[in-house]
Design a protein around this ligand. Structure first.
Ligand code: PEP
Ligand code: CO
Length: 445
């Protein structure tokens, strides 16, 4: 059977909403199909090339953003603050890795969530699970949880405005290297703890002065003033993805123009399933989450399905093993993929294998477990002789209290103070910069 944008419809499909009104769904998808693409094929190809450098050990990937973007918390300030944190982290990682950092947001389209079960208990009442604002509302009411196809259109428009702002910020001076470095210095100055990282910051400072002394005008040199920033999300709701899939006029190839990069989640990566079928035919760079149950044969088969033409950077495998399991689970997969002839990038998602419910009833993660999984990731690559290509993180620029520990040492009894995530617990801005310093140290060693 040959691939078409709708050939996934013949495959078994996991994690789809129980839409009630098929006509309303049809109308929404038709409307989406007539709307302009959000990204262009040429941009997706540039990202594949950049990820090809990651696959070959010549660049490092920073993919980060919300677990689930929210219709309710949508503002220019929130987008700016998230981007600011990602840019600050990227400078630290660039210095630590000594190679370019490819910046990809879980932003401008990350609106759909896979769920462990179709219903959830909220305050003793069984409700249809919240599946992300592209599908239903998170309010604890039966009516709010009914999947509403008009949300697909709203998600498109929010993605368009988010992307517009990201493009303006990253090309309009906000990403200026000297400015980003000043933000990092302010972060260090804000706490005694920051002294721990003074050395890296001082070294970056010297590097900037050195460039200036060599006659490089830091404020006008375009490469120090603008950055390429890409978007990505979990390609979960396939009707939405199909409607935004367009044929590129230059190459004749299909691209899913809802984001530059799409990934398939741990719960939807079945080899014979609809998600793998859909993604196998679009030419965007792809990600695939790989959890502790994945076997070497399975991962090699995923490489064959998603990277049939052996294009470096086409596929990023995102391991999410959990801090306790990574040193056993990851090395055999790294070795099998190394030997199978696909040049894939490997990234570490140290979030999704380390989630638990605190005594206070909050879904949370420990900063120390996140660091421990990252250490395990670097160590596994060192053992097998492969390149630890990047990280995949859930974070926000806001001052939330959702993950434990880190820079301000957030404790369990503080979780309730500013717990605002629409889904999984995110690192706050200060925890994120703290983590970037840790990763920079790991990269340097
Ligand atoms: C996610 O990235 O938010 C997610 C649900 O991850 P996974 O598919 O790895 O569980
Ligand atoms: Co998540």
């Amino acid at each position: 059977m040959s691939w078409t944008p709708d050939s996934w419809r013949l495959r078994p499909i996991a994690q789809q909403p129980a839409w009630r009104d098929e006509d309303a769904l049809e109308r929404a998808l038709k409307q989406l199909a007539a709307l302009p693409p959000l990204v262009f094929a040429g941009e997706a190809r540039s990202l594949t090339a950049a990820l090809g450098d990651v696959a070959r050990g010549r660049a490092f990937l920073l993919q980060a953003g919300d677990c689930a973007e929210s219709f309710a918390e949508f503002s220019a300030d929130a987008i700016r603050d998230k981007l600011k944190i990602i840019l600050q982290m990227a400078v630290l990682l660039t210095y630590g890795a000594g190679v370019p950092v490819v910046k990809v947001g879980r932003m401008a389209g990350q609106f759909a969530k896979p769920r462990t079960s179709a219903t959830e208990l909220v305050g003793g009442v069984e409700l249809e699970s919240f599946r992300g604002h592209m599908v239903n509302d998170d309010a604890p009411l039966a009516e709010a949880r009914v999947p509403d196809p008009s949300r697909l259109i709203d998600a498109y428009h929010q993605s368009a405005s988010t992307l517009n702002l990201l493009r303006a910020f990253t090309k309009g001076g906000f990403a200026d290297l000297s400015q980003v470095h000043i933000w990092n210095q302010q972060f260090l100055a804000s706490s005694e703890e920051g002294r721990r990282y003074e050395q890296i910051a001082t070294e970056i400072d010297r590097a900037l002065r050195f460039m200036e002394a060599c006659g490089i005008e830091l404020s006008t040199e375009q490469s120090l003033h603008q950055v390429d920033f890409y978007t990505s999300h979990d390609a979960l709701i396939l009707g939405y993805e199909e409607a935004l899939t367009r044929r590129d006029s230059l190459t004749g190839d299909f691209y899913d123009c809802s984001a530059h990069m799409l990934w398939v989640g741990e719960r939807t990566r079945q080899l014979d399933g609809a998600h793998i079928e859909f993604l196998s035919g679009v030419h965007n760079p792809l990600g695939c989450k790989v959890g502790p149950s994945a076997t070497a044969d399975e991962v090699v088969a995923i490489c064959d399905s998603l990277d049939p033409d052996h294009v470096p950077g086409r596929l990023t495998l995102i391991s999410r093993m959990g801090a306790d399991r990574i040193s056993d689970s990851l090395p055999p997969l790294l070795a099998a993929v190394r030997d199978c002839g696909h040049e894939v990038a490997w990234a570490c998602d140290p979030m999704h294998g380390n989630t638990f419910v605190s005594d206070t009833g909050h879904k949370t993660r420990r900063f120390d477990d996140i660091v421990r999984e990252l250490k395990g990731f670097f160590e596994a690559h060192r053992q097998v002789g492969t390149w630890p290509g990047g990280v995949h993180l859930e974070l926000t620029g806001d001052d939330v209290t959702e993950c434990l520990g880190g820079f301000d040492d957030i404790a369990e009894d503080q979780l309730h103070e500013r717990y605002t995530t629409a889904c999984d617990p995110r690192l706050n801005g200060r925890q994120s910069i703290d983590l970037a310093f840790r990763i920079a140290e790991l990269l340097r060693s």
